[in-house]
Design a protein around this ligand. Sequence first.
Ligand code: NAD
Length: 251
Amino acid sequence: MAQEFDGLTALVTGGASGIGAAVVRELQAAGARVAALDLRPDGAPEGALGVTADVADDESVRRGVETVIGAFGRLDIVVNNAGIGAQGTIEDNGDDEWHRVLDINVLGMVRVSRAALPHLRRSPSAAIVNTCSIAATAGLPQRALYSASKGAVMALTRAMAADHLPEGIRVNCVNPGTAATPWVERLLASAADPEAERAALAARQPQGRLVSADEVAGAVAYLASPRSGSTTGTVLAVDGGMDGLRLRPRP
Ligand code: NAD
């Protein structure tokens, strides 16, 4: 039976862990050939082409994209998902940390998209999906730098969508709420009381639980799909209602 992504290829940055790995599995299951670009690609799902690349290094990104083209012969979908966190107020991170996080979270997406564009222009159904965050639309405590980076990703998504629409390349982003991934597990492990911290994060979401990586992957696949040809410049929240809903307190 024909599948949604048959004949298409995808590159997923940060595809060896968490949300990225779930996206790799989702696209593979729907028929795509998928490459996972990651600092440590060994954790990439079975069947994926693991490519070592650092999104903070332009040369490494260009080599990584060429490796994908060498293996697949084409590139249709880019999922800019690699990212890192930062905690604290504006007083807690020095200039070096600001430059490092913006370099990975924002410029990383620029480098990968820039290297991919010549190939995407040749695709009959080109799509870029960026992993943004609830931190772009809601003010969260202790996340000044991270939120600034994701706010930039949201604005970048819309600007890229405008620039590349005439070339047939759609650009969208997903805004996950707190998702159960190795990243969040690392954060919890470093908390003074991990179980209390887990409960507080779950309670912050109206649905009372963390988002799953598979739920985010489903949203990414929807935006990347050739069936979403009229969807570009959009921000799709996958946050259990955290951004848009105001529920009454639970009894
Ligand atoms: P994760 O730490 O589980 O996975 C991130 C992956 O990115 C890792 O495999 C890591 O090796 C890779 N990576 C990091 N820096 C890289 C670099 N310079 N070059 C190439 N690869 C690099 O994290 P996750 O929770 O799956 O997060 C993925 C994305 O989702 C991030 O952009 C994050 O900001 C976003 N996000 C996460 C959550 C959450 O609660 N987990 C919520 C909203 C948004």
